[in-house]
Design a protein. Structure first.
Length: 319
């Protein structure tokens, strides 16, 4: 907030009607709880690159990776909850045990591609890391996401994000922003149909907790006011496909133990318990961390840290 007002001299009107809904849709937090460092990072990303959707959804990214791994003979095992990771002193390999006790895996290198809470739990079994079991849960950002499908053309045929620019979010006008993914990517919906995606702020989702049908009704009323030519269809014919309240959407980084790192991410070979270098502890040789908590709370940060950890693990295996 201070950066927008004092450094760039944006008016209150510009902040209320554009930056507030736009940046809250990205950071999932009020402006006063956002980092100017992250603002400049995200602005740079928007300037340098294009916003896009994978043709077959975000899951296509993982599908593409797994397909390439299978082509080179990698054994991929899924739907197994890892319970413990031990170090076998005889050959310095890791022994991975699953919760159902049905799977034991020995590995020369392990990447913990999880959120910070799960990583702490798994690492707490290692020497010098027992204290992690006693740490409180780290704060998370949350968001609501509602999907509607409908027959016919989208109310907006441009690939744009539509913001709630009225200056405030009320309980009767719960939408923060809306977009139509089927305009950006026709593969998001069957031929002749459209897909609408509505984002709702965390505090608004909490007000409607247990009253999801009221939230649906208020969202439809608000969208009908925004798109009067389609009001009848929005209220009566749009199909509520799914409503999500994602409680662990992003880790809190501003004023948290792990602030945003926009310079390539943190060292994947070390555990950081705070912002200072004295709070860094080297991980057991062959163990690596990745996730958005290692860089920036974004898809970009998650992928960036994954690349860092993957390259480090590959070097470890080649030893």
């Amino acid at each position: 907030m201070t950066c927008l007002k004092k450094r760039y001299n944006f008016s209150d009107k510009m902040i209320d009607e554009f930056f507030d809904p736009f940046l809250q849709g990205i950071y999932l937090a009020p402006l006063e709880e956002q980092s100017s460092k992250m603002f400049h990072f995200v602005l740079k990303m928007f300037i340098q690159g294009s916003v896009s959707l994978p043709q077959n959804g975000i899951g296509a990214v993982a599908d593409q990776l797994s397909e390439k791994l299978r082509e080179v003979g990698v054994d991929i095992r899924m739907n197994r909850t890892v319970d413990k990771i031990l170090i076998e002193r005889s050959d310095d390999r890791f022994l991975i045990k699953t919760l159902d006790k049905k799977c034991l895996i020995r590995a020369k290198a392990v990447i913990l591609a999880t959120d910070k809470q799960v990583a702490n739990k798994l690492m707490s079994g290692f020497e010098r890391f027992n204290f992690l079991a006693e740490l409180p849960k780290e704060a998370q950002r949350s968001v609501g996401c509602i999907y509607y499908t409908f027959e016919g053309k989208e109310p907006v045929t441009d690939p744009i994000l539509i913001l709630n620019g009225v200056g405030s979010i009320s309980s009767n006008d719960p939408v923060n922003n809306v977009c139509f993914p089927s305009v950006v990517n026709p593969f998001c919906a069957p031929t002749g149909y459209g897909l609408c995606c509505v984002s709702v702020r965390s505090e608004t989702m909490k007000k409607y907790e247990g009253r999801e049908e009221h939230l649906d009704a208020d969202v439809r009323t608000q969208l009908a006011n925004w798109f009067p030519n389609d009001a009848e269809d929005i209220k009566k014919r749009w199909n509520l496909k799914k409503m999500y309240f994602i409680k662990n959407a992003q880790p809190v980084q501003l004023n948290g133990l792990l602030p945003a790192n926009v310079f390539g991410g943190r060292d994947c070979r070390a555990f950081t318990s705070g912002a200072g270098s004295e709070d860094t502890i080297s991980l057991p040789d062959g163990l690596f961390l990745c996730g958005d908590h290692m860089a920036t709370s974004s898809l970009n940060g998650a992928l960036e840290s994954g690349v860092n950890a993957g390259l480090a693990a590959a070097s470890q295996v080649k030893k």
